[in-house]
Design a protein around this ligand. Structure first.
Ligand code: BGC
Length: 560
């Protein structure tokens, strides 16, 4: 299969090489289970995604990132991979995946796929054999099996807890039925951690990379990139509050220096393929400086800037986070990788709907306010240098669904935490495409998570052509970003003086002004208005005259 190569083969080479595509790309995250259902079984699938590629093209994104669609019992929505080279039958076939990549390329869209290297499914052949064959099996050392502590080995080997609650160890039974060793799983028990000291693990992931690169994928999103290597001896931590993905304290299982050698070996593989293949790390690490290590020139290309996803709607905080991310990125020559929402986090239209709720379950809050701030936040993000990742449905302004009944929730963390955590289903409710009809156009056979009754009013059909809709705002912003050279480029921003609560961010030929306060703020007109996240007075004052920037609003201006 041919890699995606923009431009005709005989296009003359430009004087200076343009920056690599991913540095400024807008990437749309497709959660295949919830995007579009091609066969009417209530679960989204690859044919569904394939059929909707023209929508993504028209939206104006550069690439899509697909969450895992590999063979998997779905104990963690596909992040429990049984076979990285096969497609989960519920989601399609390998031919569907290949067809999707081909069609995306034909439309000029790049394709990034998920890679899950920290753990496999308990149904992975290696793990099944490791358990079935018992101690002595050559597959044992590809995972972390250890004898338990206590007289009868009845206690876990160390005090690590799973990100999904409960101990990070599960005890096995020996083939003769007696209690056996324990195995490590930093996530659900169905997700045993690989032991990356084993050469077979390293080699297999090299082969998996090649398998998908040969099928034309343009990149990989590396799941739990900070987790692969564990500290020698798996030492106790001595603390019980270890469950957060993001922590400021070092742990013996996150962000060990040994991971970098793995990424250097992957970079060599990616570089050996034509067409600027790339990888983006999901790396929750203590500091921006530690994040920068993952994107050194010989490692991965991008790492999500999760700090922006964590900000409150506050000008000072946003500016601090942007400056820090850009500054640390510059130390290693990487570009920023912004994100406001994803499949693990409360949607930003709801996050901004009320006071920040920390680790508490998301609440509906003031929905209109949340959406207004979310639209402003998105325009601000899209004005920053670097690449931006959008999560499916945010272009419709979808809120988090906060009232899903317990019995439909599938997030493994929900059950394991005694229903006190694990509210990720709320951002995974299937997309509404049409105003009416079964599952609002998601498919013909219902939807695996119930959609709220007003979902039709938020659908693609309802918003298309409505100039005030969030969908048309995204379309306009992405079209401008394409047309406006300089937006997304480079690694610096200049901040003009601005009243408290406002941001005035200058880029070549362009200014972005944002008001995070709940009252209008006066700024000076910096140029000609291009786009606003909420209605603004149309008065196009001369540059330098006063302009009243409404609350919770971002306006883009051209200065050329
Ligand atoms: C993914 C999650 C997943 C976890 C375990 C992540 O960070 O984004 O959805 O549950 O890794 O694979």
């Amino acid at each position: 299969m041919t890699p995606y190569a923009p431009g005709a083969p005989d296009t003359p080479a430009p004087a200076a090489a343009p920056p690599a595509w991913w540095r400024e790309a807008v990437v749309y995250q497709v959660y295949p289970r919830s995007f579009a259902d091609g066969n009417g079984d209530g679960m989204g699938d690859l044919p569904g995604v394939r059929g909707r590629l023209p929508y993504l093209k028209e939206l104006g994104v550069d690439a899509l990132w697909l969450n895992p669609f590999y063979a998997s019992p779905q104990a963690d929505a596909g992040y429990d991979v049984a076979d990285h080279r096969a497609v989960e039958p519920v989601l399609g076939t390998l031919a569907d995946a290949e067809g999707l990549i081909r069609d995306a390329h034909a439309l000029g869209l790049r394709v990034i796929v998920d890679l899950v290297p920290n753990h496999s499914s308990e149904r992975h052949e290696w793990f099944r054999r490791a358990v079935e064959e018992g101690p002595g099996s050559p597959y044992r050392d590809r995972y972390h099996f250890r004898p338990g502590k206590g007289e009868e080995g009845e206690l876990p080997p160390n005090d690590w807890t799973s990100v999904f609650a409960g101990p990070a160890w599960t005890r096995t039974r020996n083939p003769d039925g007696t209690p056996g060793d324990w195995y490590l799983h930093l996530f659900a028990p169905e997700q045993p951690d690989f032991d990356w000291d084993h050469p077979a693990v390293r080699e297999d992931f090299h082969a998996i990379l090649r398998f998908w690169l040969d099928r034309g994928v343009d990149g990989f999103r590396v799941d739990v990139a900070q987790g692969l290597v564990k500290a020698e001896g798996l030492p106790d931590i001595g603390r019980t509050d270890q469950r957060r993905m993001l922590g400021t304290e070092a742990t013996p299982y996150w962000d060990q220096d040994g991971v970098h050698e793995i990424y250097r070996s992957w970079r060599r593989i990616l570089d050996a393929y034509p067409g600027e293949r790339m990888a983006v790390a999901e790396a929750w690490v203590p500091t921006p400086e530690r994040t920068a290590l993952y994107v050194r020139p010989d490692e991965l290309h991008q790492a999500f800037d999760f700090d922006l996803m964590g900000v409150s709607w506050d000008a000072g905080e946003i500016r601090r986070v942007v400056d820090t991310s850009l500054e640390t990125g510059r130390t290693v020559g990487s570009s920023a990788t912004w994100v406001l929402s994803n499949h693990d986090t409360c949607r930003h239209a709801t996050r901004f709907a009320g006071p920040q709720t920390g680790g508490e379950p998301p609440r509906a809050g003031d929905r209109a306010l949340g959406l207004r701030r979310a639209r402003a936040a998105t325009l601000l993000m899209l004005a920053l240098p670097g690449s931006a990742y959008l999560y499916q449905g945010e272009e419709l302004g979808l809120p988090e669904v906060t009232d899903l009944p317990d019995e439909v929730r599938q997030d493994p963390s929900f059950v394991r935490s005694g229903k006190t955590d694990g509210f990720r289903d709320g951002c995974r409710v299937p997309m509404p495409w049409t105003v009416a009809g079964p599952s609002y156009g998601f498919g013909t056979g219902g939807s695996w998570l119930p959609q709220p009754e007003d979902w039709g009013q938020l659908s693609v059909e309802a918003q298309t052509g409505d100039p005030d809709s969030t969908l048309e705002l995204y379309r306009a912003a992405l079209a401008l970003r394409r047309r406006h050279p300089g937006l997304g480029a480079g690694d610096t921003v200049a901040w003009d003086d601005a009243p408290d609560g406002a941001l005035v961010l200058r880029r070549p030929g362009f200014v972005c002004t944002a008001n995070t306060a709940d009252r209008a703020l006066t700024i000076l007109v910096p140029g000609r208005p291009l786009l606003a996240s909420s209605p603004v007075e149309t008065a196009e004052g001369a540059p330098g005259t006063e302009f009243s920037l409404p609350p919770h609003t971002t306006v883009w201006w051209t200065t050329t």
